[in-house]
Design a protein. Structure first.
Length: 191
């Protein structure tokens, strides 16, 4: 997969702790560099997820979000700081991630993840990361991952509880829709 050493000297220094990690090393670091992830949402889940992915050296990170930063976001949405209030979340996220790791290629999609654009947005990525905060987007993210035969990493929280699940239906495992065939009726479960 990798011929020679495809990391620059700057990258070797940056990822030194990965490279020194037994059973990780150069091969895994290069695989991260060749990998791509699309994250739906630059909020409470998308923030730590994309920050760790960028810091770790995932080569291409896409983010989809149409919102602007609100003062009530800052307490948990770590991509955005106080001076970002009122800015587009995508622009704010891009600045933070680029400052963190300029080696990462960012695809910033300032739009909603909707049935009309979802397949086109997700095509070409190795993995979908569902950081959405509502059920229609959650089901859409699942369906797109099933159709594209890529894993869908799904996270959700409620107050003091959190869940994270890796759905890999293309490897014979059930998808989100297999587990929960019917979305809850509107208002039955808080976003
Ligand atoms: Zn299924």
């Amino acid at each position: 997969m990798n011929r020679g050493n495809p990391l620059t000297q700057e990258e070797e220094e940056r990822y030194a702790r990965h490279l020194a990690l037994p059973s990780f090393g150069m091969e895994a670091q290069c695989r991260l560099k060749e990998s791509s992830v699309l994250c739906i949402g630059a909020g409470g889940l998308g923030s730590p997820a994309t920050m760790y992915l960028a810091a770790a050296g995932v080569g291409r990170i896409g983010i989809v979000d149409a919102d602007t930063v609100d003062a009530s976001n800052i307490q948990r949405q770590l991509l955005h700081v106080t001076s970002d209030v009122g800015r587009s979340k995508i622009q704010s996220a891009g600045d933070t991630l680029l400052a963190m790791n300029p080696n990462v290629e960012l695809d910033l999609h300032e739009e909603r993840f909707e049935p009309e654009n979802a397949m086109a947005l997700a095509k070409g990525y190795d993995l979908l990361l569902d950081g959405s905060d509502n059920f229609p987007t959650r089901y859409l993210s699942n369906d797109v991952a099933v159709l594209l035969r890529i894993p869908n990493v799904h996270g959700s929280i409620f107050r003091f509880e959190g869940q994270v699940t890796v759905f890999a239906p293309h490897m014979g495992a059930p998808c989100y829709r297999c587990l929960f065939p019917d979305a809850p009726s509107e208002g039955a479960v808080p976003d």
